[in-house]
Each structure stands twice: as structure tokens, then as C-alpha cells.
Design a protein around this ligand. Structure first.
Ligand code: GAL
Length: 416
């Protein structure tokens, strides 16, 4: 039998689509974990999914704290081609839920008994209208100060516990010819420093009233003005090349001994770890000045989008199950700098920063000083958070007075 060339190519096409249909199921995951430590962490999930027979389609969008990733996600969802999963967290999960685009993953939650291994403060955020739509990945602590002990020794300074000690150490480091405060001038990094300063100056109750409840009187209070004054003073210890610098490059300055200290959440530890540095020896993690009795948390999670085929849905449930498994929670968080979000994971391999984070989280939860991070989308809706972040960035990049900044902050908090 002799086939016409056209029939032949049609046959070839039919064969190739048949192979495609049989190709391994896959999940496409949007995330912004692109720094050295972060890439190592997400690679563990990819490995785990591939071991379960699900191919990983990476949708990585660089840019700290995910601003660029959110823009990319909106475009994809509007075009009707949402990825299977995306790194979305906090109140933003509810905002996406209201759009009607998130998928129900109750089956994964039931199978993994999430209700019994996660605290309600976490499960509430992962559900939309009573159904699970997201899986939690970890708990990051935001109110840390990362310190290079060699720089301290060179400068004759010691690791600070309060602002008086912090400015004393900063002066000494500056005198020794090094950068006292490593920072990247990006709005979310400015906001990260700001919230730790508010917590250090005002304490946990003030932080909650001002930055979570958005109480107008607190936002424009003398304590808020004092927080901006403190922030203005911190600005003077940041080097002139900070504008636009990525957070991990600022961390690298502390790692390399070019700078002494950095205000940053414990994803920074992922960079120290990836560089082979040891907690308590090569670097120190101390609570941001004056915040030793409080804890600002940032819980990463993957929200699931409605997908078309039953096979894709199955892959999504496999992903959710893998993320919550004790094996993943251990290996991911060892690399990421965060701690497991669920119970039942051994502490044995975690370093002193992580075990301190675990202990402090439990203690501050009892003492009512466990607080959602404003800068990392845990505290308030995204419109208000954006308006507040703009005020902080403006303050960092101009001669705006602390009084004017506090007034502007109160006004921004009224954004609809
Ligand atoms: C945070 C996120 C972390 C880390 C950091 C820097 O908002 O929760 O996982 O990625 O941004 O991008």
C-alpha cells in the first residue's frame, strides 16, 4: 500500500498528539523564588513532584516579595490561562477567591489531615468560603537583624538588642570604614525595615493597632512619628549605591563582610546557608532592635487555580499533598531559612536561628505578640498595603519630615 504524502503527514501528526496525550501530567507553578537559596529550595519541590510522576513547569518571575510575579499572574488569569498554582499569600488569597478562579483542594486537606497538623491561624487563611484553596509552605519570621560577627569584632562593636545599642554598633562599623546597614532601596525592602522599626519603637500592641487595625490615632501618633525619626536615622547608615539593589545582594554584603547588619526576614538565612555559612559562627540572627518579645510572621503558600482536565486536577492535589508532607517541609525549610508550618517535623536538622524562630513563635503566640507582617502581605488588603508602602518609600527617598510621613500614612490607610 502506498500512502499519499498528505495522509502520511496527517498520520505523523495524529501519532505525535497521541504521544503528547500520554506525556506525563504536569503542573505549572508561578513563583518568585529566584535567589540562590530560594532556587535551591524550590528545586526540592520540583524533584519531589517528578518522583511522583508529575512534570514541573517552572513559571519563575524574578523580583523580591513578588510584585512582578503578581503582575504576570494577573495577565495570565485575564487571558484565561492561569497556571495550576501560584505563590499567593495572606488576604490576597481571599481577593483571588472573590474572582472565582481558585480551585477547591479539600480532598488533599482531608487526605493529609491538615486540620490536625496546622493551627487555625494558618488554616483560616488557606480557605475561601470554608474550602481549602491554598496550601501553606512555611513560616518566615520577618523581624530579624542579620549580623556579621567578624565585622562587629573589627569595629569593636557588639550585636545590638535595642536601638541605643544598634546605633552605637552602627557608628562603630561606619568608623571602621564599612557599611553599617546593608539595604536595597526597593519599596518592599523599605517597608520591611519600617515594620520592624515600628515594632521596636512601639511594641506589639502598638504595631497591631497601627499596622493591622489601621487605627487612625495610632497611625498619626507621636509613637509613629518617633518610628519615622528612627527610620530617618537608620537611613544615614545605608550606602549611596542602595537604590534598586536586590535584597539578596544586600545580604551578600553582610556575607562578604562589606557590611555589618541587615534588617530582613529569614529568607536571608537561605543565602547564608547557600554560601556555606554557619549560624552562630559565621553569622548571627538577632531579633530586630527592641523586638525580642514579638514575632512578625510571613507564611508562604501556593494557591491553586481552576484547571480544565481531571488529570490536571489530580496533579494539583499531588502538589498540595507533597508541599504538606513532613519530608518536604523539612528539606525546603532547611534551604529557605524558614520553619515548617505544620507539626510533626523533627527539629534535629534545623540550626539555632530556626529553633529560636520555633520557640519564639510559640512563646509570642501565648503572649499575644505574634503579628502578621505588613510588608509581606499578611496584615491588610493589597490596595491599602500598596498605598502605605508608597508613603514609606517616599519617606526613604526624600526629605519628607516624620510628622508629614505619619499624616500621609494615616491618609493612605483610608485607601479603598
Ligand atoms: C517574601 C516571601 C519570601 C521571599 C521574599 C523575597 O515576601 O514570602 O518567600 O521570597 O519575599 O522575595
Amino acid at each position: 500500500m502506498k500512502l499519499h504524502p498528505l495522509a502520511l503527514s496527517a498520520l505523523a501528526f495524529a501519532l505525535s498528539t497521541a504521544t503528547l496525550a500520554q506525556a506525563a501530567p504536569q503542573v505549572e507553578v508561578l513563583h518568585y523564588w529566584t535567589s540562590g537559596g530560594e532556587a535551591k529550595s524550590i528545586a526540592e519541590l520540583k524533584k519531589m513532584m517528578e518522583a511522583k510522576g508529575v512534570a514541573w513547569k517552572d513559571f519563575a518571575v524574578a523580583g523580591g516579595a513578588g510584585e512582578n510575579a503578581t503582575t504576570a499572574l494577573k495577565a495570565r488569569v485575564m487571558a484565561g490561562s492561569a497556571p495550576a498554582a501560584a505563590q499567593i499569600k495572606g488576604p490576597a488569597i481571599q481577593e483571588w477567591g472573590q474572582e472565582g478562579v481558585l480551585a477547591n483542594i479539600d480532598a488533599a486537606a482531608a487526605e493529609g489531615k491538615w486540620e490536625s497538623v496546622l493551627p487555625p491561624v494558618v488554616t483560616n487563611v488557606m480557605k475561601y468560603k470554608g474550602h481549602y484553596v491554598a496550601v501553606p509552605v512555611n513560616v518566615h519570621r520577618v523581624n530579624w537583624l542579620w549580623v556579621n560577627p567578624e565585622v562587629l569584632a573589627k569595629a569593636g562593636a557588639k550585636a545590638p538588642t535595642n536601638f541605643a545599642e544598634f546605633f552605637d554598633a552602627a557608628d562603630k562599623i561606619k568608623k571602621a570604614g564599612l557599611v553599617a546597614v546593608a539595604h536595597g532601596g526597593q519599596p518592599w525592602q523599605d517597608a520591611t525595615v519600617f515594620e520592624s522599626v515600628v515594632l521596636g519603637v512601639g511594641g506589639a500592641d502598638f504595631y497591631r493597632k497601627a499596622l493591622v487595625q489601621l487605627d487612625q490615632a495610632s497611625l498619626s501618633s507621636p509613637t509613629m512619628i518617633k518610628s519615622f525619626e528612627t527610620l530617618a536615622r537608620i537611613k544615614t547608615y545605608i550606602d549611596k549605591d542602595a537604590a534598586g539593589r536586590d535584597w539578596n545582594l544586600a545580604t551578600a554584603m553582610v556575607i562578604n563582610g562589606k557590611a555589618g547588619m541587615q534588617f530582613m526576614g529569614d529568607w536571608a538565612k537561605g543565602e547564608f546557608t547557600a554560601a556555606g555559612k554557619v549560624a552562630g559562627k559565621d553569622f548571627l540572627c538577632v531579633p530586630a532592635p527592641g523586638t525580642g518579645n514579638a514575632y512578625t510572621f510571613n507564611i508562604d503558600s501556593l494557591a491553586m487555580f481552576k484547571v480544565k482536565s481531571a488529570e490536571e486536577q489530580k496533579s494539583q492535589l499531588t502538589l498540595a499533598g507533597a508541599v504538606m508532607s513532613p519530608e518536604f517541609q523539612e528539606v525546603f525549610n532547611l534551604n529557605k531559612g524558614s520553619i515548617p508550618v505544620r507539626s510533626g517535623v523533627s527539629r534535629a536538622k534545623f540550626d539555632s536561628c530556626a529553633t529560636r524562630s520555633m520557640d519564639d513563635m510559640a512563646a509570642t503566640s501565648k503572649a499575644n505578640a505574634l503579628l502578621p507582617s505588613l510588608a509581606h502581605g499578611m496584615a491588610i488588603d493589597s490596595a491599602k498595603a500598596g498605598a502605605i508602602q508608597d508613603v514609606i518609600a517616599k519617606f526613604m527617598n526624600s526629605n519628607m519630615t516624620p510628622q508629614a510621613a505619619a499624616q500621609a500614612l494615616a491618609k493612605a490607610a483610608k485607601t479603598m
